[in-house]
Write a protein that binds this ligand. Structure first.
Ligand code: CA
Length: 225
């Protein structure tokens, strides 16, 4: 799952992605409101973590632009304790939650997970293909009822493929989601991750297969009996 962090504090923009990545999320970061708007126009994220005090514009500008443009991605605002008015404004402008600075990183991670778990969101809690079941929140994969031990990257690739079961997922899209941007190196790494994932799925007797569409991407389908 890919998150966008918009934060100009160097300490936080190192600490937050580190904690989230260790939980299995992919995190893109930007410091400026302008960069955030651009990232949001060009990519898809599951949640945006938005600081309000940014060097160029107020973070609220980013939120308003998102909502006016019909982008319903959950937004969690980071704001200081004295920013009560900001919080009210933020919720009015379409933020989904806020966390007061300073905060414990564990709390932030828990609140993000809670956002992703909300009913009515685009994200189901479990995704199923054949005998493979992925819990998007606990980050567990079960194959035939048994927990499968997959690496973070393998799991992320599988998640993208399951979300588009029987549909094609472009290599560039996977690269972007795993590494934050698509370039030659990351596309090669995607091929490596898919190769490993395929092997693991076979070892674990999964009833799905990853098909390669040359020059296009990958497609997950239930294996023929
Ligand atoms: Ca700030």
């Amino acid at each position: 799952m890919r998150l966008l962090l918009v934060e100009d504090d160097p300490h936080l923009s190192e600490l937050i992605p580190k904690a989230l990545r260790s939980t299995g999320f992919t995190v893109d970061t930007c410091e400026l409101a302008d960069e955030a708007c651009c990232a949001l126009r060009n990519g898809e994220f599951e949640t945006v973590i938005l600081d309000l005090g940014l060097p160029d514009y107020d973070g609220m500008t980013v939120l308003r632009e998102m909502r006016q443009g019909g982008n319903a991605t959950p937004v969690l605002i980071l704001t200081s304790r004295d920013g009560l008015a900001d919080r009210v404004d933020g919720l009015n402008a379409g933020a989904d939650d806020y966390v007061l600075k300073p905060f414990e990183i564990e709390e932030l991670v828990a609140r993000i997970k809670a956002l992703l778990r909300r009913p009515g969101g685009a994200l189901g809690m479990t995704l199923t293909a054949g005998n493979v079941v992925l819990d998007t929140i606990s980050r567990e994969i079960r194959i035939d009822g048994k927990i499968a031990d997959l690496s973070r990257r393998e799991m992320s690739v599988l998640e993208h493929l399951i979300r588009r079961l029987d549909g094609v997922v472009a290599k560039e899209r996977l690269a972007e989601s795993l590494y934050g941007y698509a370039e030659n190196g990351s596309i090669n790494s995607v091929e490596v991750s898919v190769h490993r994932l395929r092997k693991r799925l076979a070892e674990l007797a999964a009833t799905v297969e990853i098909n390669t569409l040359r020059g296009v991407g990958y497609l997950l389908s239930e294996a023929a009996e």
